[in-house]
Write a protein that binds this ligand. Structure first.
Ligand code: HPA
Ligand code: ZN
Length: 325
């Protein structure tokens, strides 16, 4: 497959959302957990729209019952990413699914995932960093507990705080306590915005002083906002296949990625929840090459931007930048 072996950086990947359906079925069988309504007749994940996706996602996540299951998932996801040329990835990991916001339990989950990541790195050379991710529709109070978990474990594995879930649930500024707490603990910040919400949702994310925005693509609807993203040197974690699959844009040719890049916005390319959106990093690159004529040089530039925006230490960044020159 063309581009399969092209080295890649991925900055926007939900660990639970990267769970292969067959992995979910195996764990469900082992544990006697019902996943009724989660799969379609072909065995893939089944849902009607983004909001139903979030529901199905939470049901599927029930098979991840403890640190051991998250370790197995980490290993499986990293093996899969490495097969698609990914050399460095950041994964959103939700404290809500890993101990329910309890710091002691979260540390046990992290230890198991970190061990799995070390094994995957030794076997496949892929590096993982984690972004602790509260879930917006669970509300600001749960987010505080998640942010405290993140702050307590800020270091060389958990390097960021993000927020996912229903972009229409409350305002991001309601979560400022959590983002301030994380920043004070040395974490870097990103937030999902500008996917289902318009430019105002991107401004809402900027009010949290985030370095990156998950999606953010609907900023294109407001020229002043696009300029502000450039001035602030904010990086967008763009997930073109996810946006098309979920219907944010009717087809890839309508996607604003190129217009954002031409305006000088830092953009990167990721998959979001690959099995849910029937994509891989290889497919993203292939589709961008087909529709927008992206070549090796454009992918190199996108990966250089990703290396600059990665939530990692400076030695790791320097090594990545060297790989993409
Ligand atoms: N978007 C928002 N929240 C999410 C997603 C997503 O793609 N996956 C898991 N939580
Ligand atoms: Zn996402």
């Amino acid at each position: 497959m063309e581009f399969q072996n092209t080295p890649k950086i991925e900055l926007h990947l939900h660990l639970e959302g990267a769970m292969p359906p067959e992995f979910a079925r195996r764990l469900a069988d082992e544990k006697n957990i019902s996943l009724e309504g989660v799969f379609d007749e072909t065995g893939g994940y089944a849902y009607r729209d983004f909001w139903h996706f979030l529901e199905v996602y939470e049901v599927a996540t029930q098979v991840l019952t403890g640190p051991e299951e998250f370790a197995r998932l980490t290993k499986a996801v990293l093996e899969q990413s490495a097969q698609h040329g990914v050399v460095y990835t950041e994964a959103f990991i939700s404290p809500d699914f890993c101990g329910g916001g309890d710091v002691g339990a979260w540390k046990e989950y992290l230890a198991a995932m970190q061990q799995a990541a070390a094994e995957a790195e030794a076997e496949h050379g892929i590096k993982l960093r984690g972004i602790a991710t509260p879930i917006r529709h669970f509300g600001p109070e749960k987010a505080k507990a998640a942010a405290k978990c993140a702050a307590e474990t800020s270091g060389d594995f958990i390097t960021g705080l993000g927020i996912g879930g229903d972009e229409k649930a409350g305002k991001l500024s309601d979560f400022s306590w959590s983002f301030d707490c994380a920043r004070e603990a040395g974490l870097q910040l990103t937030a999902h915005a500008g996917e289902w919400g318009g430019p105002e949702s991107v401004r809402d994310a900027l009010s949290l002083n985030v370095e990156r925005i998950g999606h953010g693509v609907r900023a294109i609807e407001d020229a002043e906002l696009v300029k502000e993203l450039v001035t602030r040197d904010v990086t967008l974690e763009v997930c073109p296949g996810s946006n098309v699959f979920l219907g944010v844009y009717p087809k890839l040719a309508d996607h604003p990625l190129v217009r954002l890049m031409d305006a000088g916005v830092n953009c990167t390319v990721s998959t979001d929840d690959p099995p849910f959106f029937h994509t891989t990093m290889t497919k993203e690159y292939q589709d961008l090459a087909t529709v927008f004529r992206f070549d090796e040089q454009v992918f190199l530039d996108l990966n250089k931007m990703a290396a600059k925006a990665a939530f990692c230490d400076e030695d790791t960044r320097a090594a990545l930048l060297k790989q993409f020159t």
